[in-house]
Design a protein around this ligand. Structure first.
Ligand SMILES: Nc1ncnc2c1ncn2[C@@H]1O[C@H](COP(=O)(O)OP(=O)(O)OP(=O)(O)O)[C@@H](O)[C@H]1O
Length: 347
């Protein structure tokens, strides 16, 4: 089942807020994550697809069929909400069977289907338990089974993991990927957690101020952000205003950097991106003599994060953020020219 947004716009009545001219196609079985800062339009996209709101302009298609004017129930879209929204007085299987009940299915058949759906999310043994006797992760899996039980044409996940602790969240990520792949359903996953998006989605859509800035596979998004906003939102980044110099250099507040200037000409303004993991830490500049883009400085922030250490080196003109596994003292960094990326300037 495929999902298509074609030039969809929506403005909340009496405001200038909403989403503008959103277009994307989801392939059958694709898991598409929508990320962006608060207020960027993620929930609006979700609500437009569920059918809680109708676009002012544009069309929404599922499998090539225009569903723009259909009410939510007729769209065949399964939704998992952040809050699980399970019925407390029903058992797990009754919760899962609920969408089948409202569709008028006989009790034996709906119980059989609910048990199968619970089995698919690894909860067959918990069918008779009420939600209050389940952990947060288990409740979320019941909600997932309930969203899948009526074989929806598309699945929507609205921040489904945000209420879970870090370890459960990682397990649930894997579970969602597994179940979604098994069911082969086009899935739109709205999240503010970019790590979650990068780790489970086939492609990620980055929203900002009601616009879709970039839609790309996670690695592409991280390595080749279209602009500074995307670069800043996805992962950590050193971002500087720069001006392209002569002979493969770019001038930045921290100093000139040797790099591949690509299609940019000398004198052009650019945004300079260096990911912290590409910054190499050195004990001192003498030890690193000869390294390209070498900076001497003083350690400013220094945070131990377990697997890595994230630091800022204060240099003349600014700070350079780096990540290293090296735990020793450091007073210099170097930046390999191939890891200096030039993006369009901020206008
Ligand atoms: N009911 C509403 N009435 C008026 N404006 C709204 C309403 N709901 C959202 N907005 C505005 O529409 C824009 C998009 O909001 P939306 O809720 O889609 O953002 P979001 O990315 O989901 O944010 P969050 O991550 O905080 O949930 C924002 O400017 C928001 O203030």
């Amino acid at each position: 089942m495929s999902v298509s947004f074609q030039n969809v716009s929506y403005t909340y009545p009496g405001t200038e807020n909403g989403v503008s001219n959103i277009s994307f196609d989801m392939a059958p079985g694709e898991l598409l994550a929508v990320i962006g800062p608060s207020g960027s339009g993620k929930s609006t996209i979700l609500n437009l697809l569920v059918g809680f709101m109708k676009p002012d302009a544009g069309r929404i298609l599922i499998d090539g069929v225009d569903i723009t004017d259909l009410p939510p129930r007729a769209r065949g879209v399964g939704v998992v909400f952040q809050s699980y929204a399970l019925f407390p007085h029903m058992t797990s299987w009754q919760n899962v069977a609920y969408p089948l009940k409202v569709r008028g299915m006989a009790v034996e058949e709906r119980k059989a289907r609910a048990l199968k759906a619970l089995e698919a999310v690894g909860l067959a043994a918990f069918a008779e338990r009420p939600p209050r006797n389940l952990s947060g992760g288990q409740q979320q899996r019941v909600a997932l089974a309930r969203a899948l039980v009526f074989e929806p044409r598309a699945l929507l996940l609205d921040e489904p993991l945000s209420a879970l602790d870090a370890n459960t969240r990682e397990d649930m990520r894997d579970e969602i990927m597994r179940v979604q792949q098994q069911a082969g359903i086009a899935t739109l996953h709205v999240t503010h957690d970019q790590e979650e998006a990068l780790s489970i989605a086939h492609r990620v859509a980055v929203m900002h101020s009601g616009r879709l800035l970039q839609l790309a596979a996670p690695k592409e998004l991280y390595d080749n952000p279209v602009d500074r906003t995307v670069a800043a939102f996805v992962g950590h980044a050193n971002l500087w205003d720069g001006t392209v110099g002569e002979g493969g250099t770019v001038m930045t507040p921290v100093g000139p950097l040797t790099c591949d200037t690509g299609g940019y000409r000398a004198g052009q303004p650019v945004t300079v991106l260096v990911r912290p993991e590409h910054v190499i830490a050195h004990a001192d500049a003498v030890a690193a003599a000869g390294a390209a883009n070498l900076f001497d400085g003083m350690l400013d922030h220094d945070r131990f994060l377990g697997a890595v250490r994230r630091f800022d080196l204060a240099v003349a003109g600014g700070k350079i953020r780096g990540e290293t596994r090296n735990r020793d003292a450091l007073t210099a960094v170097s930046i390999p020219p191939e890891h200096v990326r030039l993006l369009p300037p901020v206008v």
